[in-house]
Ligand binder design. Structure first.
Ligand code: T6T
Length: 355
């Protein structure tokens, strides 16, 4: 069984993170099988290697801590559900603790108090590329492996791995959709969260790069809503008033997109000012189906959570070489036309924690 797992891990290195879900599942079950039957197999056939003692005992002793960007966001709730399902399969403990807002000021105290509890591994969505580096370095100094999920930090050498979506490509897709709907001309604007967030910065960069390819289109403004849908809504209304040639708004995350959509409705501009957004919580999906939002770039947070737990488990059980340094999970594009298609709808986020 050890050889089977190793063979699969070799395949992971060859095929990369885009390995199919079913293949992933077989890796997980094979790994779990090793965990169950390892005591005798490891010592009898191969002789105990350095990694064998960890695999030979119950992994319930491992506690993996997941710190989301914030706890109330369906994106992170869905991530936690994916992580929890994987933790159950592997027989490890998973804790979930985070701030109530997407901000270093609420995330830092959580991270600092977690260090004192000394979890076996930390999965974290850092709310700022710089502010979380020092605390993450302290985990590393304490021998605790850290994996970033969703967002990351500038100094990636502090991380065992980083798992995120293809954010730049998502921004490009948003721009291309608005450009197509607006026949390649007009003004566009971005409503972003805050500068210094790896994911949304990359989405904005992808959007700006793609719009540059349309000579008759111009980015007239970039607003920051501090992750507030109400702020994003007023910003959208103001943008519409200030720019009569506005044909599109890109909301770079869940709350920015939701607010942009509401602002377009309140201004009576549905179908005139196109909205491209990110993520897929219920209110956004409703706006997508109504044709207020034209495209949602949907992520796979459950896959990010699942892989985070799996990589932490690999690290803790002595399979460090099987862990990819960086994973880009593909996006799923949902449009008003495809919004109710089950093959798309299965990626929509959950607002409730599964238990
Ligand atoms: O878009 C996600 C996440 O990817 C981003 O890093 C922060 O915002 C969200 O959580 C959505 O609110």
């Amino acid at each position: 069984m050890d050889n089977q797992v190793r063979g699969m891990r070799m395949q992971l290195r060859k095929t990369g993170p885009a390995a199919s879900r079913s293949w992933r599942r077989s890796l997980v079950s094979a790994a779990a099988a090793v965990a169950v039957g390892a005591t005798t197999a490891a010592t009898a056939a191969t002789g105990a290697t350095a990694a064998a003692p960890a695999r030979a005992t119950s992994h319930a002793k491992f506690t993996i801590a997941l710190v989301p960007g914030l706890t109330t966001d369906p994106f992170y709730i869905t991530m936690q559900n994916g992580a929890e399902a994987e933790a159950k399969k592997l027989g490890v403990n998973l804790t979930w603790q985070g701030g109530a807002t997407f901000s270093p000021s609420t995330q830092l105290p959580v991270v600092n108090s977690l260090l004192a509890k000394h979890p076996s591994a930390l999965l974290i969505a850092p709310t700022d590329v710089k502010a979380l580096q020092a605390p993450i370095a302290r985990f590393r100094a304490a021998g605790i492996p850290v994996i970033s999920v969703d967002t990351t930090i500038t100094d990636t050498s502090l991380l065992v791995s980083r798992i995120t979506s293809n954010n730049f490509q998502g921004g490009e897709a948003a721009a291309q959709t608005i450009a197509r709907l607006a026949h390649g001309k007009g003004d566009v604007a971005v409503i972003n969260v805050n500068p210094g967030i790896s994911t949304t910065d990359a989405r904005q960069a992808g959007f700006l790069a793609a719009i540059k390819k349309y000579p008759n289109m111009k980015v007239v403004a970039t607003e920051y809503d501090n992750d507030s849908p109400t702020t994003a809504e007023s910003q959208a209304k103001n943008l519409i008033l200030a720019h009569p040639d506005l044909v599109g708004i890109f909301g770079t995350n869940l709350y920015s997109a939701e607010g942009a959509g509401q602002g377009v409705v309140a201004s009576g501009k549905k179908g005139k000012v196109f909205v491209a957004g990110y993520d897929a919580e219920p209110a956004e999906v409703k706006l997508l189906k109504q044709g207020v939002i034209d495209i949602l770039v949907v992520q796979q947070p459950a896959v990010e959570g699942r892989d985070g737990v799996l990589f932490a488990y690999d690290y803790l059980t002595g399979h460090k070489s099987a862990i990819p340094k960086s994973v880009l999970v593909p996006n799923v594009i949902a449009t008003t036309a495809t919004a109710s298609d089950p093959s798309v709808a299965k990626y929509y986020y959950s607002s409730t924690l599964a238990k």
